[in-house]
Design a protein around this ligand. Structure first.
Ligand code: 26M
Length: 813
């Protein structure tokens, strides 16, 4: 916003006011007084983009000189959420915009709600990338995202007759103001075809021919750093046919065939796979993986060469390719292909460069989620890339047999190619210099179980970086009351990027009654804000004086939403037999999506909703117990829920949740963790001390021992606990309505021996819930614990994660 009078770039309220009114009139073609919220949204978005793109251009020309080392995050998901408010805040425009809009009588909240929440990810893994981009820019590092611009994001979830129903997410239908398409930077991605070998000047040349070309068109979204002049990029690729119509086919009268080619090409970036568990070997998914890998590397290499006199020699010193789980693991053979086939490097030199450039983060130990592609599928779709994988594998096994001749079995078990499959995790580990888990416990399990053999061979590659989340979105942005209280109490230094640990200055105030009172008041106001949303969207009235006990995350057996709802049923049964029981009123809030094909998870959603119907409509229960399932959990809904939570349910079977990041978002908003010793919960407990968390249940070692040596019989637990007998009986007796039997859940617990130890952990869970209620009766004590949690939440900022990656993995400086 330029003030015409001074000719300086100044951001005055007056200049903004004028610019905003003018822009609204431009986009609407009407007088400002006639404008709709949509016009106002479009105008504000344009003003923001004009400001950011000016900075972006300056930044890009600096970055293009390649003086600094640059990080590229390759990820099949970027769950960025709404951007308008984040941009406004990062520009430092927040007060100016809020006050001006207020004076103009314009509803800023309504403007923000006009932005369709881009849901280009399933959950933790995709959201982590968005937090990392925010922190990378905030810290002033050059770091960019590389992914896919899905036409349809994650489905919208509706609950109809208690069940999840999926609706297509047409997020682009009204256009998207924060992207810039760059058709001149499009590249061709080649699928299928044959490889012909030719000898040129004594050197083998591999020529890929008869392939099916697909055009990858980049759309760039600026990533604006918090109040600094860094603007990085998130580049998302969209698939197009190379020519809109295949003219020769078209001319021969094969109109349908030409159209079919077009839609085959476009199908690659058509839809985000809505599953974050259980690997399915779908060809389209493999096409997606190669699509953004190939296009992304091509641009990076081209840019690098352009500024280095056509040479790739220094590439690994200037470029970090960070692969987010194994979905982009084809970076390894693709970079080799570029270096060997196109740049003419010897294999060994190219291999050294590749390993130096690539680093890998693992996000899961669930064996069913590890990617293994059928060899013939890879071979057919990516003939040259496959040859390179074969050669990587051959050399790896050769080396291993040379160094460990007495370990042939182990060597073979580490192969990339075995059992007719391409093992992507093996490819990722063998082809990168760094392998890390996302929390200490998870990294330990990777070293000692999942990748034990690789750890024995490459101990130096393994490291750990605990996840983090951006406080700028999930605390400062979504909990303004708390932000102001912290500013007023300890000053504003804690908001500087990388400085969140200075929140520890809050510790003395945990003893301060006046501070704790204010903290409680802010929480209450946030609970009222959420209650209002739920009233408006679902018609359910919540009691803001009850405890808000919240479990929001993808629905998964290992995350054990089932354990939570079984305990709710127990409370309900207790209230039915003693309506006057002196219990602390509780509101149980659930939200989360199930993969459309995950039948069991959808049954859990149905159970929660059926229980909610029953409990919420039973006059006996009065205000003491409420259950809500909030539909369509996404980043925007999350921003309303975390600040209102008092209990953060993190109750996965120990050893299964790699880290969790919701746990951190709750903590920085002052909720107390009720959790198992799993993932980053362990580090939360360490940070705040065992007195300030509620932990329960089997340890990861106990789970491991049961799984390897046996000894767990769920039936025995059931037979010795009359509460469980009653509850499980109700699941199949029609207690929750005739049509609503839950045989599948019942069978999993009793017939199939309860894989996730729900019954085993039930009694300890009930006990800890009772302790939670008792502590809550002492509000002073509760607010004190809440303050201590906030004070120690600094290490869970993604700024800290990025600094750790910088030191341990990328070494940018
Ligand atoms: C893979 C193949 C086919 C279809 C889908 C996938 C797929 C997509 C997403 C598999 C896994 C996906 O995400 C896994 C995930 O979100 N993991 C979570 O990562 C978080 C960030 O590190 C951790 O905090 C969570 O503990 C972990 O579950």
């Amino acid at each position: 916003i330029t003030d015409k009078n001074t000719k300086h770039k100044v951001k005055t309220k007056e200049a903004f006011r004028k610019a905003f009114i003018k822009k609204v009139e431009e986009v609407s073609g009407e007088d400002f007084s006639e404008s709709t919220t949509r016009h106002q949204y479009e105008a504000l978005a344009e003003l923001v983009m004009e400001e950011i793109t000016a900075e972006w251009a300056v930044n890009n020309s600096r970055l293009h000189k390649m003086e600094e080392k640059q990080i590229y995050f390759f990820s099949i998901e970027f769950l960025i959420g709404r951007l308008l408010k984040a941009y406004v805040n990062n520009l430092g425009w927040d007060t100016m915009v809020e006050e001006t809009l207020d004076e103009l009588g314009v509803d800023y909240e309504a403007i923000q709600a006009e932005e369709h929440d881009p849901a280009l990810g399933n959950g933790g893994l995709g959201r982590l990338m968005a937090c990392f981009l925010d922190s990378t820019a905030a810290l002033g590092f050059p770091g960019h995202g590389n992914g896919i611009r899905y036409k349809y994001g994650l489905f919208e979830q509706k609950i109809i007759n208690d069940e999840q129903v999926e609706v297509a997410d047409i997020w682009l239908k009204n256009g998207y103001p924060f992207e810039i398409v760059k058709p001149d930077k499009a590249v061709v991605v080649k699928y299928n075809g044959d490889v012909r070998v030719e000898e040129v000047n004594g050197k083998m040349q591999f020529i890929h021919e008869n392939y099916d070309p697909v055009l990858a068109v980049p759309y760039d979204i600026p990533v604006k750093g918090y109040r600094n002049n860094t603007v990085n990029s998130l580049r998302l690729w969209s698939a197009k046919p190379v020519e809109d119509f295949d003219l020769s086919t078209f001319n021969q009268g094969h109109f349908l065939k030409a159209m079919q080619r077009k839609s085959e090409a476009e199908s690659i970036s058509q839809i985000l796979y809505p599953s974050d568990h259980g690997f399915e070997g779908k060809l389209l998914r493999l096409k997606q993986e190669y699509f953004f890998v190939c296009a992304g590397l091509k641009r990076i290499v081209r840019r690098y060469k352009k500024h280095n006199h056509g040479s790739m020699d220094g590439f690994p010193d200037k470029i970090c390719i960070h692969i987010n789980d194994t979905h982009p693991a084809l970076c390894v053979p693709e970079l080799m292909r570029i270096l060997v086939d196109e740049e003419g490097y010897d294999w060994d030199v190219a291999w050294d460069m590749t390993i130096k450039s690539i680093s890998f983060t693992n996000h899961t130990v669930l064996p069913e989620a590890l990617e293994k592609w059928p060899i013939d599928m890879v071979q057919k779709l990516l003939p040259r890339v496959y040859q390179i994988i074969e050669e990587i594998n051959r050399r790896f096994i050769n080396d291993m047999n040379w160094f460990y001749p007495d370990q042939v079995d182990r060597n073979y078990s580490m192969a990339i190619l075995k059992d007719g499959q391409v093992h992507m995790a093996h490819l990722a580990i063998i082809g990168s210099h760094s392998v890390n888990g996302v929390a200490e416990l998870h990294s330990k399990i990777l070293r000692e179980e999942t990748f034990k053999d690789f750890y024995a061979v490459f101990p130096d590659r393994f490291t750990s970086v605990t996840n983090g989340v951006t406080q700028r979105r999930f605390m400062m942005g979504s909990n303004p009351g708390l932000k102001t209280l912290l500013d007023d109490t300890i000053g504003t230094d804690w908001k500087k990027p990388g400085n969140m640990c200075s929140l520890e200055a809050l510790l003395p105030y945990a003893q301060d009654a006046a501070f704790c009172q204010k903290l409680g008041d802010i929480k209450h106001a946030n609970k009222e804000r959420l209650a209002k949303y739920i009233k408006e969207t679902q018609g359910i009235v919540l009691n803001p004086d009850s405890i808000f006990d919240v479990q929001v995350k993808r629905i998964h057996e290992y995350k054990r939403q089932l354990l939570n709802i079984l305990h709710v049923i127990l409370t309900y049964n207790q209230l039915r037999s003693n309506p006057n029981a002196d219990i602390v009123p509780k509101t149980y809030i659930f939200a989360g999506k199930a993969a459309p094909s995950y039948v069991y998870a959808k049954e859990v959603i149905r159970l929660i909703n059926v229980v909610a119907d029953r409990v919420n409509n039973d006059p006996l229960v009065k205000d003491k117990l409420k259950v809500v399932f909030v539909p369509n959990f996404n980043v925007s809904v999350a921003e309303l829920i975390y600040p209102a939570a008092e209990i953060s349910e993190q109750i996965s079977t120990a050893g299964k949740e790699a880290s969790g990041t919701g746990n951190m978002k709750f903590m920085m908003n002052g909720a107390l963790t009720l959790g198992t010793m799993d993932g980053a919960n362990v580090e939360i407990a360490e940070a705040v001390g065992m007195d300030n968390v509620f932990t329960f249940g089997l340890s990861d070692t106990e789970v491991y021992n049961y799984n390897t040596h046996g000894g767990y019989r769920s039936l025995e637990v059931y037979e010795s606990d009359s509460r469980l007998q009653e509850i499980l009986g109700q699941l199949i007796s029609g207690f929750f309505g005739e049509s609503a039997g839950f045989q599948m859940i019942y069978d999993s617990l009793l017939l199939h021996n309860d894989t996730y130890f729900v019954l085993k952990d039930f009694a300890p869970y009930v006990d800890i819930q009772d302790i939670v209620s008792n502590v809550y009766r002492d509000q002073k004590q509760w607010q004190k614990m809440s303050a201590i949690n906030i004070a120690h939440s600094g290490i869970f900022s993604s700024d800290r994660s990025i600094e750790d990656y910088e030191k341990r993995v990328w070494k940018v400086k």
